[in-house]
Design a protein. Sequence first.
Length: 132
Amino acid sequence: MNAVEREPDGAGFKIAFRAIPGGLRAHVVGTSSFETTVASWRAILVEVRKRRPDVLLLIDELRGPALAAAQWQALVEALSGQGLEEVRIAHVKPFGLESVEYCEIFAREAGFDARVFDNETAADLWLRYGGE
């Protein structure tokens, strides 16, 4: 199973998964909201548990109002202990970082190896070669 695409009923987003060297690429498109973000991460968790990747490249093309810092913190808390701590995560927001930097801060504080980027090339390089 290499490529998978899902459009959960009423979720307000579509998500496509495909294998990349050493990991998993997830591409999310749709309407941004706290509920959509949580639902998309739940879908990502399902694939991570199935495939057990070392790295996750998330291309996040959700459009709409940015999540507040408290919402990012709630999301990170909900994801803690679910298995993502073992995966190096690059979260790409090609339309602008908005407030997603809060997600990186909270994720790193919770023990995730995660960074946010505004372009896929930089994210891919970080996943492959590391660095701060």
